[in-house]
Write a protein that binds this ligand. Structure first.
Ligand code: NAD
Length: 468
């Protein structure tokens, strides 16, 4: 079967993945019309804003959107029109962890995937290639196929592909420009292989073909969960070692450097920290745990669950270290938390370690000043309210305030906690910070970001992860 030549793409979901991914496709493929649709009017308005105040912060993204928007890249809330016109549809909707019901706290909430799939089935008047871009449990494509076949017009054929996204927030654009690999999974039927070729042709406009891997549908779905589980496992492994370092006098940076020199291990993703955050690692591992349990593989489930438990332990351990160091009480003390995003170069706060730390400090009756260069005050209040749903927001605001700069956040504080590795925290005027703080002045570096010796020379008492 000759592959369909893709001329119109629709992406359902204009979030952290759908937005950057399809903006880059539009940039690299000027001959393809790309329409990104979303039900969220505010988000679409932001993508379309005349002054390019985009809904997500990502280095290099604005430049991509400036070049392609209005040429062959469009953002819209008209989901049906997007579906009708496209020959290839990405489903890039959110797949959060289920909050209630069966599998709550573990299973993926596939409601958004199902609704988007039903919409495609109902609206489409011609055959389409439907691409899972969202991270989904293994064999979700089977459910999508059943929904599409049961609800579509008789003349419409749907081929389902899996094309998981491996970009990392903060480096999304460079990841998309030069991906380690693009993974496409399809059924090994003539129609499936032909659909796979159509998508491969799109990526081949800028990705070398030896970096475009084509595999079976179920392998592709599982590979995304596996990749995130392996990455998170490295972080939990190094964080587990950091606890041993603190107790023995070993230094986690030296240990990570030494083990990373082994070419079988490699140096990346061996940085100890206060714990991983973000919308994906925890959710995808829990997904794997749930999948393993559903497949009656309890030992496998327990193995992966431990990666998440280690992460929770690392956050708790860090909060406890702050309390212990501040003479076993932080009641009434002011703590500056620098950073609220789950990592640097993003405004995304989902599952950020900062949220857990601030909640712990609140429960110890401390006062907290928060500063983050990219996260809005509205987002911070939303996250803190969600973390403590039973506490009225006015009460949260009595304990937490939001500062406009790092220096302001640290004024009159007893301690500074670095929760996000923003480069600007490395470069702040630490002498001025010290001058404005109560003494003794403490720094707790949750990201191994600052030069501890330099800060000690100023007078700070510095605690870092993975060192005694
Ligand atoms: P997101 O929440 O930022 O974006 C999802 C968007 O989909 C939202 O704007 C929502 O309004 C929209 N949406 C939901 N249902 C819809 C529907 N029926 N019709 C139209 N729009 C709809 O999520 P995200 O971070 O972009 O993640 C999307 C998927 O990609 C998830 O499965 C995630 O696990 C996966 N993923 C995320 C990352 C990451 O770094 N964020 C990386 C790789 C993969």
């Amino acid at each position: 079967m000759a592959p369909v030549k893709v001329t119109k793409i629709c992406c359902i979901g204009a979030g952290y993945v759908g937005g950057p991914t399809c903006a880059v496709i539009a940039l690299k493929c000027p001959h393809i019309q790309v329409t990104i649709v979303d039900l969220n009017q505010a988000r679409v308005d932001a993508w379309n804003s005349p002054d390019f105040k985009l809904p997500i912060y990502e280095p290099g993204l604005e430049e991509v959107v400036r070049q392609a928007r209005g040429r062959n890249l469009f953002f819209s809330t008209d989901v049906d029109k997007g579906i009708l016109e496209a020959d290839l549809i990405f489903v890039s909707v959110n797949t959060p962890t289920k909050k209630s019901g069966v599998g709550a706290g573990f299973a993926a909430d596939l409601n958004y995937v199902e609704l988007a799939t039903r919409r495609i089935a109902t609206v489409a008047t011609s055959s389409k290639i439907v691409v899972e871009k969202s991270t989904v449990p293994c064999r979700t494509a089977e459910s999508m196929r059943t929904i599409l076949e049961a609800n579509s017009r008789p003349n419409c054929q749907f081929q389902i592909l899996s094309n998981p996204e491996f970009l990392a927030e903060g480096t999304a654009i460079s990841d998309l420009f030069a991906p380690d690999r693009v993974l496409i999974g399809s059924l090994q039927t003539p129609e499936g292989i032909s659909a796979c070729e159509s998508l491969k042709e799109v990526y081949a406009n800028w990705v070398p073909t030896d970096r475009i891997l084509t595999v079976g549908l179920w392998s592709s779905e599982l590979s995304k969960l596996a990749a995130n589980a392996m990455l998170a496992q490295r972080i939990s492994s190094v964080n587990a070692l950091s606890a041993i370092c603190e107790a023995t006098g070993a230094n986690i940076d030296e240990v990570a450097h030494a083990i990373g020199y082994d070419s079988r291990i490699g140096p990346k993703f061996l940085k100890a920290s206060v714990g991983f955050g973000g919308s994906c690692f925890q959710k995808d591992i829990l997904n794997l745990v749930y999948l393993s349990e559903s497949l009656h593989l309890p030992e496998v489930a327990a193995y992966w669950r431990q990666v998440v438990e280690m992460n929770e332990y690392q956050k708790r351990r860090f909060s406890k270290r702050v309390v212990d160091t501040l003479f076993n009480t932080i009641t009434g003390k002011r703590i500056a938390v620098l950073g609220f995003a789950f990592k640097a170069d993003t405004g995304d706060t989902r599952e950020s370690a900062a949220i857990t730390l601030i909640k712990d400090f609140q429960s110890e009756k401390a006062f907290v000043n928060v500063y983050d260069p990219q996260v809005s005050a509205d987002q911070i209040w939303l996250d803190l309210q969600e973390a403590s749903p039973l506490v009225p927001l006015d009460n949260i605001k009595k304990q937490v305030s939001i500062s406009q700069s790092a220096l302001e956040a640290c004024k009159d504080a007893e301690a500074v906690v670095i929760a996000t590795e923003w480069k600007e925290f490395k470069e702040i005027d630490w002498e001025a910070v010290y001058a404005g703080m109560n003494k003794p002045a403490f720094v707790f570096d949750g990201r191994l970001l600052v030069d501890a010796e330099k800060l000690r020379a100023i007078g700070f008492k510095v605690t870092t992860i993975g060192r005694p």
